[in-house]
Ligand binder design. Sequence first.
Ligand code: NAP
Length: 262
Amino acid sequence: MSTEPSSPSDHGDAPSRPPSGRRTAVVTGASSGIGAATARVLAAAGYHVVLGARRVERCQAIAAEIDGTALALDVTDQESVDAFVAAAGPVSVLVNNAGGAKGLAPLAEADLNDWRWMWETNVLGTVRMTKALLPALVASGDGLVVTVTSTAALETYDNGSGYTSAKHAQAVAHRTLRGELLGQPVRFTEICPGLVETDFSRVRFKGDEERAAAVYAGLTPLTAEDVAEVIGFVATRPAHVDLDQVVIRPREQASSMRVHRS
Ligand code: NAP
């Protein structure tokens, strides 16, 4: 695998670069899990990484480690997104990773606050960030948008409609951009992970450690690094190569409803 960010030379325009000469990648939700691992992988691949999340102190610790930049970011807040984008400078790569699930309940018992959180964060957060950064991504001469949706964007499962509907909507917004920006120097990759052991289930079950651990019991889940390495691969392809969609599951998971536990 090449460790160099791809060259935009086949588009003619000179890319915008920070003073260090490195191209800049923005990673949302970089304070933990897949986002934190992605920030490390992209930095190792030669990118200047701008890490954003609400827990900015966690981003600062990672930024110090990888010579990146940490900025406070709440993707559900337009003012926060505007301030983040203004401070980020020229950007070549956007990883829409901020998101997650809240609750696991039949639709008949839906908690609309949980639904609102999932739609605000996964769907509108991705739309806000992408809309704000598209001009810079196109101007870079070789832009890339990676959106971390989920296998929940491909399937439905019982008690999961708040999350699966949000991930479907996030994915549809992302996939639509592929057509709308056709002809522009920007690529779009959707990453659809299955079970990844991160803080995801702790957040979903609101701190219930036992319930969170049970999600991964009896199988070997993906790690955040497994997913980050795929994003690193995507971000180091030549400018003419668009990996439209990558589905990545643990070997022991055939679908959202079907896993093998020993
Ligand atoms: P995680 O460890 O809980 O990370 C979620 C990240 O999202 C955190 O950094 C969190 O940061 C950030 N975030 C949440 N709300 C935010 C907001 N309003 N503004 C900015 N950042 C926000 O879980 P993860 O597994 O790495 O999740 C990353 C992505 O992968 C999510 O989109 C998730 O839906 C997706 N995914 C996860 C799995 C899985 O099994 N783990 C599977 C498929 C897809 P702060 O709290 O500091 O803001």
